[in-house]
Write a protein of this length. Structure first.
Lengths: 266, 262
């Protein structure tokens, strides 16, 4: 609140121009501070949940194998960051939107004199930054558990950032576009189930029948895993360009959904 | 409810086997009617999740070993059986507490044991369709031919009983509904990933395997597996004892919690 006032204050009343790049950037800064203030309450819990979920799943998958080969261990370990990012973007972000809707925070934020695109951009930026430590921690736990040596390349940085941004954008867009929280909840749970069992995140794609793999190529989860795996291993991922394109396309879908809902008047 | 009302006004005696049976019947019907939407949705979700797990496990492997398939296919029914009583039941009661309808249900003039028995019946009924479908899909997908023995009946009944009673204790002995919800969510993790239900205990680290021995989940899988296959399960007698022990402990904790005034 006070942050917003500080932005508007330097302008004398009457001369305020609520447009232009400068105003947009000032709004973005104010909204990030606003969101950060809220995030203080739950960021710690989120980090814990994310790390436990990612690392817990990674450990769990190992129990299903009578003997864990090096390749199995490598796939599970490099799939872990994806397992930590998916629930955040596709479950926690929609849940957050649903809570804000119920509490009325959502309407309040929309009533602030800031461009709504700046509000959405602040949310995307903040969640993306907050989601990465949990993914890294989950990866550390998994690689310790399976004793896998990773060859980390600079590719991991754009890869992980894009994956986080995509998951959050799609989760946010979906939560905005579907106004019934129950339906969002149902979709979220179904998606998590699909990711954990039917997406080649922690198993090689060669285990999958052709039709299922084709579906997974179009969905974001397999592509997330491939993009992150490419930054952690050498020679395992071959179709990196396509994966990036598909992730970019899903990010665009998330943004388009957000823009569509945000642009409508109630 | 009407049956209950007539029996009470006609005789005025709120005791005896007849009254107990009337109460049991009335409350079972009450649950089935009140939860009909929830139960239908639950059955669909359980069937889909069970089928998904049975089919999805094949994707973990290049060629799924026969033992791995057998363990998952005989483990999924166990999860189906106990998840209603152990996880969803307490969540339902936690919701009732938050919505403040819990006190009303407790104030109904039915014996506590009849109420518990009615809830057990509902949980058992809710689990059975998914059990059947999971087993049929397993048979079709992996060509496993189960050798059903009569032991399956007590195994299924006891597994559902212990799951329900543990959940019952969790619902009634833990006063704060938020704690109940947190514990049940944690239990989902424990049951699916860290208990030797869907895979042999030998695949767990030694310390976790020995910890598992003290909990009922692995033993539920042992007794159900003994009823479905020949020669796979060992130590069946001790497993029955441990599962029954947890069931009785759950019932005792519930009785203590429900018997208190307050």
């Amino acid at each position: 609140m006070s942050a917003v006032r500080q932005v508007a204050a330097p302008h004398a009343p009457g001369t305020i121009t609520r447009s232009g790049v400068g105003y947009w950037l000032a709004s973005l800064r104010a909204m990030i501070r606003f969101d950060l203030g809220q995030a203080r309450q739950w960021a710690g819990m989120m980090l814990l949940f994310q790390t436990l979920m990612g690392a817990g799943m990674a450990v769990m998958y190992g129990f299903f194998y009578p003997k864990i080969s090096h390749s199995t261990a490598l796939y599970i370990t490099t799939g872990t960051p994806t397992l930590a990012l998916v629930p955040l973007g596709f479950a926690l972000v929609p849940l957050n939107v649903a809570t804000e809707r119920i509490q009325g925070t959502f309407d309040f934020i929309w009533s602030l004199p800031v461009p709504r695109s700046a509000q959405a951009a602040a949310t995307f930026l903040l969640f993306t930054l907050l989601s990465l430590p949990g993914a890294v921690l989950a990866l550390v736990v998994a690689s310790w558990r399976y004793g896998v040596a990773l060859s980390v390349s600079p590719l991991i940085v754009p890869g992980a950032v894009l994956c986080a941004l995509m998951a959050i954008s799609v989760g946010y867009g979906m939560a905005l576009a579907i106004s019934n929280p129950l339906l969002v909840n149902l979709i979220t749970n179904a998606l998590i189930f699909v990711v954990l069992l039917f997406s080649p995140v922690v198993f090689p794609a060669s285990h999958f029948p052709g039709w299922l793999l084709a579906a997974d190529r179009a969905l974001p989860f397999y592509n997330m895993a491939e993009v992150i795996r490419a930054g952690l291993t050498r020679g395992l991922v071959t179709d990196l360009g396509t994966c990036y394109l598909i992730l970019l396309a899903w990010t665009a879908v998330g943004w388009a959904l957000t823009a569509w809902v945000v642009g409508r008047r109630k | 409810m009407t049956e209950l009302a007539t029996s009470v006004t006609a005789t005025g005696v709120r005791a005896g086997a007849g009254y107990w049976l009337d109460s049991y019947r009335a409350l079972t019907r009450w649950h089935l009617a009140g939860l009909r939407m929830w139960l239908m949705l639950l059955t669909v979700v359980q069937v889909l999740a069970g089928a998904g797990f049975v089919l999805g496990i094949a994707l973990f492997f290049d060629h799924i070993p026969a033992t791995a398939a057998l363990y998952v296919c005989t483990g999924v029914p166990v999860v189906n059986l106990m998840i209603v009583g152990l996880i969803l039941g307490p969540q339902l009661v936690a919701e009732q507490k938050l919505q403040q309808s819990y006190e009303f249900v407790r104030s109904l003039p039915v014996p506590r044991t009849a109420a518990a028995a009615a809830w057990y019946t509902v949980c058992l009924l809710a689990g059975l369709p998914a059990v059947t479908v999971s087993l049929l899909i397993a048979e079709a997908r992996y060509g496993i031919s189960f050798s059903l023995s009569p032991a399956i009946v007590p195994a299924v009944a006891l597994t559902a009983f212990t799951g329900t009673m543990m959940g019952y204790a969790l619902s009634h002995a833990v006063p704060n509904p938020m704690v109940t919800q947190l514990v049940t969510q944690l239990l989902v993790f424990v049951v699916f990933g860290f208990s030797a239900i869907l895979f042999p205990a030998g695949q767990l680290p030694a310390w976790l395997a020995s910890l598992n021995w003290w909990f009922p989940f692995e033993h539920m899988a042992v007794i159900v597996r003994a009823g479905l296959t020949a020669g796979l399960a060992t130590g069946i007698a001790s497993s029955y004892l441990i599962v029954a022990g947890w069931g009785i402990a759950g019932a005792a904790a519930s009785a203590w919690a429900l018997g208190r005034r307050g």
